[in-house]
Design a protein around this ligand. Sequence first.
Ligand code: 13P
Length: 287
Amino acid sequence: MLVNAKEMLLKARKERYAVGHFNINNLEWTKAVLLTAEENKSPVILGVSEGAGKYMGGYKTIVGMVNGMIEELNITVPVALHLDHGSYEGAKKCIDAGFSSVMFDGSHYDIDENIEKTKEIIAYAKAKNISVEAEVGSIGGEEDGVVGAGEIADPKECQQIAELGVNILAAGIGNIHGKYPDNWKGLDFTALAAIQGSTGGMPLVLHGGTGIPEEMIKEAISLGVAKINVNTECQWAFADATRKYIEDGKDKEGKGFDPRKLLSPGFEAIKATVKAKMELFGSVNKA
Ligand code: 13P
């Protein structure tokens, strides 16, 4: 059964580890993440962007697939199905479709409009016991066509949004989606500490988990980060493993063209990536 992300993240916050949010793209991705979570007795969050939602045939399709897998693969660890960077309409759709958690990303609105819209989503979600993540200060880089400039969030604005009753808060601290540029200045821990102070123990989210050095991940967790989003790194792992299979000519050997064989190295590569992240985030055996 799906659970909302609230309890699992409060527990992570308290015990100083982070739960991985892994974006899913298809059946192989979903199965790889769920099986790895179960094998490592780790809670997990499946992230779905609006673009990925469309690609996979709509939110209800995803809810059916994830619920089916949880039952038939005997997944017993806590699993949240979470909309990633949702629009106002998208968040409502996911709540109606059976997601257990949604992010409403109003960071591109001015703060007053962000507050108004976040409030409405909270009211809509609360009635169904669904957790809500909000965002202040846009995350840099591009994700599904949403381009953020990589702002540092204002701790006061974070406090205003936190006080609305959100369960999880994403705040920009110099993190960006995708590959970090060579001249990246790193995470702004002064800002993170200030945001932690102004939001009273709220679990914080670190987006753009790909390519952040291990020591920075650990420091971020020590300053209240309880959810870390990873997307690109799984995509790289999948693409590299799939390319190797093809370049080695494996698809031309016997029935190597069978998608169940062709996609298998990529599937295993996602599993290995997710396992390594769970170990780094400290969520192994926390289910
Ligand atoms: P990366 O693609 O950089 O891992 O970021 C993922 C993310 O933040 C999803 O919201």
